[in-house]
Design a protein around this ligand. Structure first.
Ligand code: KG4
Ligand code: ZN
Length: 334
C-alpha cells in the first residue's frame, strides 16, 4: 500500500499545533506553539485570549510545519482535526482552518476526538497491540478504556467528579504553587515525604475514580494548619498527594489488565508526563510481564502529531467530515 501522509491540526486549548505523520506512526514534522507564558500571568487559560492567539498563529504554524517537512499541501493525503472536546473558541479556529484547507486542496477531512488523539500518541512510540487497556489521564479526563481493535473504544471506568489533572491543578493552587500546577507539584513531591494522612480516593471494586475527596482533604488540611499557626509543608503535601493518586491509578489499572487479560497497557493524556505515574507503572508492568507504552514527554500534552496518528486510523476506517464539521466543546468518545 502507498504511504499515507496525514496533516493534523490541534487547537482545543492553549496550544496551536500542526503535524505531518506518515502511516499513523512516523512523525515527519511537528510544530507546537504554546501560549503557556501568556496564560501563566492569569494563573490559568483565559478562553478569549486563547482563541485570539490561535487566530493569529494558525496560518504561521501550518506554513512552518510544511516547511519543516519539506512538503507541499498537494502531497498530503488527508487533513485530520480535533473537533472536540475543548474550548469552543479555540476548537473553532482549528476546525475552520482544516475545513478551508480541505476545500481549497480537495483533500478528505477527518474528524478526530481529542482523547483518541492522546491515545494514538502511543503509536509514535511503538505499534499498539490489541486488545489493550488505555489509562487516559488529562486535565479533563480520567478514563479506563478497553480497546479490542483500532478505533474501538469501550469505557470500563471513569471519574465521577474531578479529572486527575484538574485535581493536580487545584491542589497546586491550594498550596500556592504557580501555574501550570501539575508538573510543579510532581517535581515538588520529590523534595518531601509522605507524612500527611490523605485518603485513598474511591478505593472500591469498580473501575471508577473520584478525586474530589482528596482535593477537599488537602483544602481542610491547609486551613487547619493555617488556623493552628503551623507551617505548611508544601513538599510533604505534594508527596502524600502524589503517592495516593499513583496508588489508586495503579491499583485499578492493574486489576483491569488482569480481568481483561490484555498484554499491552498504554497511558495517555497530559498527566502521563507525571514521573510518579511513569515510574510506578514501569515497575509494576515489568514485574507482571505487561508491555507498557507511554508517549514521549513532549507528546503527553496537547500536540498535533497525536491527532495526525489517530487521524490515519480514522481515515483508514472511512471516517470523514464535510465542510459543515462542527466544533464541539463537549463530546464523548464512546
Ligand atoms: O492532556 P492535557 O495537555 O490537556 C487536556 O487535554 O486536558 O493535560 C493537561 C493536564 C493539566 O492538568 C496539567 O497540570 C497536567 O496535565 N500535567 C501534569 C503533569 N504534566 C501535565 N500533572 C501531573 N504531573 C505532571 N508531570
Ligand atoms: Zn489534551
Amino acid at each position: 500500500m502507498d504511504n499515507v501522509y496525514i496533516l493534523g491540526i490541534e487547537s482545543s486549548c492553549d496550544e496551536t499545533s500542526v503535524s505531518i505523520v506518515k502511516n499513523g506512526c512516523e512523525e515527519i514534522a511537528t510544530v507546537v506553539l504554546s501560549q503557556m507564558n501568556t496564560h501563566s500571568t492569569y494563573g490559568g487559560v483565559v478562553p478569549e485570549i486563547a482563541s485570539r492567539m490561535h487566530v493569529e498563529n494558525i496560518t504561521i504554524v501550518i506554513e512552518e510545519c510544511l516547511k519543516k517537512a519539506n512538503m507541499k499541501m498537494e502531497q498530503i493525503d488527508a487533513i485530520a482535526v480535533t473537533y472536540g472536546p475543548g474550548l469552543i473558541g479555540s476548537l473553532l479556529v482549528g476546525v475552520s482552518a482544516a475545513t478551508t484547507l480541505s476545500y481549497i486542496y480537495n483533500k478528505p477531512l477527518v474528524p478526530v476526538h481529542h482523547i483518541a488523539g492522546h491515545i494514538y500518541a502511543n503509536n509514535l512510540v511503538s505499534k499498539m497491540e490489541f486488545p489493550l487497556i488505555a489509562l487516559v489521564v488529562s486535565g479533563g479526563h480520567t478514563d479506563l478504556i478497553y480497546m479490542e481493535d483500532d478505533y474501538k473504544f469501550k469505557k470500563i471506568g471513569g471519574t465521577l467528579d474531578d479529572a486527575v489533572g484538574e485535581c493536580y491543578d487545584k491542589v497546586a493552587r491550594i498550596i500556592d504553587v504557580p501555574y501550570p500546577g501539575g508538573p510543579l507539584v510532581d517535581k515538588l513531591s520529590y523534595e518531601g515525604k509522605d507524612t500527611y494522612q490523605l485518603p485513598l480516593p474511591l478505593d472500591d471494586n469498580t473501575y471508577n475514580f473520584s478525586f474530589s475527596g482528596i482535593k477537599s482533604a488537602v483544602i481542610n488540611l491547609v486551613h487547619n494548619e493555617i488556623q493552628r499557626g503551623n507551617e505548611i509543608r508544601k513538599a510533604d503535601i505534594a508527596c502524600s498527594f502524589q503517592k495516593r493518586v499513583v496508588d489508586i491509578l495503579t491499583k485499578k489499572t492493574m486489576k483491569a489488565l488482569k480481568e481483561y487479560n490484555v498484554k499491552n497497557l498504554i497511558i495517555a493524556g497530559g498527566v502521563s508526563a507525571n514521573s510518579g505515574i511513569r515510574n510506578k507503572f514501569s515497575e509494576l508492568c515489568k514485574n507482571g510481564g505487561i508491555k507498557l507504552t507511554i508517549p514521549h514527554i513532549k507528546y503527553c500534552t496537547d500536540n498535533a502529531a497525536m491527532i495526525a496518528c489517530a487521524g490515519y486510523f480514522a481515515y483508514k476506517k472511512g471516517l470523514r467530515a464535510g465542510l459543515d464539521l462542527k466544533a464541539q466543546a463537549n463530546t464523548s468518545l464512546f
